[in-house]
Write a protein that binds this ligand. Structure first.
Ligand SMILES: [Fe+2]
Length: 215
């Protein structure tokens, strides 16, 4: 809780064991190989309207219905850890009312898989990493301020570890994913909101999923 509140992110190891993660990765890759999963590939289309600085996006994406159909156990994880997310964040966390984006999987291919700098729209950001990576960390730009020196940005990186859960204040921290080089990186995105605030920008899904530039 201290890390979440003061460092804007915390990690919880061992939410899923390594063998279970490896099995899910196998099934995810089989679905991608079978052409069942969409590739997101766009650059320079993000704007302030969707809290994005216009970077590159390159990864396969399982949308909510893909997860429900092919990896339903991840929907169970999403529901089961709601009390944990509420406890860590001290928030009245609620599940997403948006079926397209409640649970997604982002699969960054080796050789340039990435995600541009942005703020998240939902109040509580949770990722479950399915791979161990020595490259392509999550990069955070943490806003800091102190009366002795004014405001500055602290940069921090977090490498994926299979089975580890990341809980982050994604609305307050500008963040991106450093491009992959030789490794594949897979993150399950678990989108939670706070009671009374389930706002989501109207053009957001068309931008993140389809690369349609916001008006
Ligand atoms: Fe994000």
């Amino acid at each position: 809780m201290r890390e979440y509140h003061y460092d804007y992110a915390t990690t919880l190891d061992g939410i899923m064991d390594a063998a279970q993660c490896a099995l899910l990765v196998e099934r995810i890759n089989a679905l991608i190989d079978a052409g069942q999963v969409k590739l997101v590939d766009h650059e320079g289309r993000g704007t302030d309207a969707v809290c994005d600085t216009g970077g590159r996006y390159l990864h396969h994406i399982f949308e909510g219905d893909d997860v429900r159909r092919h990896l339903p156990e991840l929907m169970a994880v999403y529901r089961a850890i709601l009390p944990l997310v509420a406890a860590v964040t001290s928030q009245e966390a609620v599940l997403s009312p948006y079926p397209r984006s409640d649970v997604n999987i982002k699969v960054y291919p080796p050789g340039g898989g990435t995600l541009g700098e942005h703020y998240d729209t939902n109040g509580i950001t949770v990722l479950l990493f399915l791979t161990d990576n020595r490259e392509a960390p999550l990069r955070m730009q943490i806003p800091r301020a102190h009366p002795s020196r004014g405001a500055w940005v602290e940069r921090r990186t977090i490498h994926a570890r299979a089975g580890t859960l990341l809980v982050m204040k994604g609305r307050e921290v500008l963040h991106d994913c450093e491009p992959t080089m030789s490794e594949q990186k897979i993150s399950v995105v678990l989108n939670y909101y706070v009671r009374g605030d389930t706002w989501r920008h109207a053009s957001f899904d068309d931008f993140v999923y389809d690369g349609v530039a916001p008006a």
